[in-house]
Design a protein around this ligand. Structure first.
Ligand code: BT5
Length: 242
């Protein structure tokens, strides 16, 4: 069952569910709109990358209008990752499931899900709308990605897209309410409990940084312990290797 807060709009095919949700947001749609497509022809990842979107997987975008500042919007990527984790735990079981900073979900070290958050801001810098775009590989994963990918079916589940979607929306409702009510701390703790740890190589604008996972700061930045004993906090980047 989908929580009553959401209104689901399901399309056979779209360019990108995020684009349709963003257009609705700009046109004044109320929060709770959910746009799903059975396949996408122009699925997007972060930083202009593309998202492989054949039929058989979950592609969904959720419109929220939280009363928060632009800097807090990134908290929702952790909320979304927690909701994906719960959807996988419910439909497949949680064996081997982990979070990869900032917002990927892995099974046995391979990417099964990604999150793309986009926002529209008011003149005063507060958030007008926030779209949470989520892809979960249910039955198919691309073979040619730099970071290995997997699907729920590859990982032993026989679950259907609708079951993953409904469990995801329940989890999203729960964790976004938690964030609004209690702030980022419980979300951060939930994410940290299952985060990919150990040595990490992270690519940022200034090149590659090697370090050991040392936590998540209050803004959602990745804290890395460096070989010289210092720490670096990274806000935008990609973990290349665990
Ligand atoms: C993400 O970006 O992981 C965010 C993906 C968000 C997709 C959803 S689907 C519904 C909504 N509508 C959209 O148009 N987008 C959202 P990023 O961290 O930049 O990862 C992208 C990279 O992952 C690509 O460059 C590929 O290397 C790899 N990749 C592409 N498709 C993949 C897939 N299906 N599974 C695993 N990895 C994939």
């Amino acid at each position: 069952m989908i929580p009553a807060f959401f209104r689901l709009e399901c399309h056979d095919q779209l360019g990108s569910t995020n684009d349709v949700a963003k257009q609705a947001a700009e046109a004044g749609a109320a929060e709770g709109l959910v746009v799903q497509a059975l396949r996408q022809t122009a699925g997007r990842g972060r930083l202009g990358r593309s998202w492989s979107s054949p039929e058989g997987n979950l592609y969904i975008s959720v419109l929220l209008r939280p009363a928060c500042a632009a800097q807090e919007a990134g908290h929702y990527s952790f909320v979304a990752a927690l909701a994906v984790y719960e959807a996988i735990a419910t439909t497949r079981g949680e064996d081997g499931v982990a979070f990869k900073w900032p917002n990927d979900v892995l099974i046995h070290g391979k990417k099964v899900s990604g999150v793309l958050i986009e926002t529209g801001l008011r003149a005063d810098g507060s958030v007008d709308w926030l779209v949470i775009g989520v892809g979960v590989n249910v039955s198919a994963a691309p073979k040619d990605t730099p970071y290995p990918a997997t699907s729920l079916w590859d990982e032993g589940a026989t679950t259907r897209v609708e079951a993953v979607r409904d469990a995801f929306l329940s989890g999203l409702h729960h964790w976004s309410q938690t964030l609004r009510r209690d702030g980022f701390d419980p979300v951060r703790r939930g994410w940290l409990a299952d985060a990919q740890r150990g040595p990490l190589t992270v690519r940022t604008q200034d090149g590659e940084t090697h370090g050991t996972f040392a936590g998540l700061d209050e803004k959602g930045g990745l804290i890395l312990r460096l070989a010289d004993g210092g720490e670096r906090v990274i806000y935008v980047g990609d973990v290349l290797r665990g």
